[in-house]
Write a protein that binds this ligand. Structure first.
Ligand code: UDP
Length: 261
């Protein structure tokens, strides 16, 4: 069962980054994928947040996202290099690699196909979703797609009621951070099983409608830079959350060092 948190005490200026970093998955990428595969096979309900610095900064402004992130049942993996570097700066055991939303979705497609599991896709534009469904049917013929609903429907909670009726093994929600995590967390208690992941813009890329970052960007963990060059309007959003994030980590690192001296 999900642990209830006292959300009255959440938020505020005096939060500690450490609180978030305690929650970041510290085992290897391979162990994480094995855990997800086992949970899928055993119908163990699982909520994964693929976090980047923006997720943490948004959690400070949104109590539900913060509760979702810090809930002991939620698995939080480092989506971006910012989280890996932040963990290292604060002296946490560094996660060995990032686990991006796209990589996790591809892995889940494989498991669903191998174990003949069902999948529900919620989010992105209708054209993107239709292209993705076709692609899955072609590349992963043993996946049972139990439904898909685009992310621009008027009533998103109603969409979730449909997902509940279908009772799928995997639910991927592509509405962007923080809306996807919030709607999953609000509805999670009504499901008995399912692997739930908020996958951001993954459907756009996996459907082939948006270009994936070239390998060289992926190799040097610069996917974020590629996204900014393709969509310059992201720069403001990126700077806003990342500047705050870095200065907060530096402060905490300094405080720790002076306390240790
Ligand atoms: N989206 C949606 N409904 C909305 C707003 C966004 O379905 O009301 C989709 C959008 O089409 C895109 C995804 O949510 O597929 C968000 O992608 P983005 O790359 O902005 O997410 P991020 O990973 O940056 O959070």
């Amino acid at each position: 069962m999900l642990k209830k948190m006292n959300i009255k005490n959440l938020g505020g200026k005096d939060f500690l980054m450490r609180e978030y970093f305690e929650k970041i998955y510290k085992r290897s990428q391979g162990e994480f994928y094995n855990l997800i595969k086992d949970n899928l096979i055993n119908n163990q309900k699982t909520f994964v947040i693929t976090a980047n610095p923006e997720t943490i900064m948004l959690a400070e402004e949104n109590d539900i996202l913060k509760s979702a992130f810090l809930d002991e049942e939620t698995i939080v993996v480092p989506d971006g290099i910012g989280i890996v570097k932040g963990a290292k700066m604060l002296g946490y055991k560094k996660p060995d690699k990032t686990i991006t939303g796209i990589a996790l979705v591809e892995e889940l497609f494989r498991y669903c196909n191998d174990y003949k599991k069902s999948l529900f896709l919620f989010g992105a534009k209708k054209s993107v979703l239709d292209a993705l469904v076709k692609k899955i049917q072609k590349d992963y013929p043993d996946i049972c797609i139990s439904g898909s609903i685009d992310g621009y429907v008027e009533n998103k909670q109603e969409a979730f009621a449909t997902i509940k009726e279908k009772n799928p093994d995997v639910v991927l929600v592509a509405l962007g951070v923080p809306n996807q995590e919030i709607i999953i967390y609000q509805n999670l208690k009504d499901f008995d099983k399912g692997i739930f992941v908020g996958v951001g813009g993954s459907f756009d890329v996996l459907s082939g409608m948006k270009k994936r970052a070239p390998k060289i960007f992926l190799k040097y963990n610069l996917e974020w830079l590629y996204r900014i060059t393709r969509e310059p309007k992201r720069l403001k959003r990126f700077l806003k959350s990342n500047v705050k994030y870095i200065s907060k980590i530096k402060d905490e690192k300094k405080n720790k060092t002076s306390k240790d001296e």
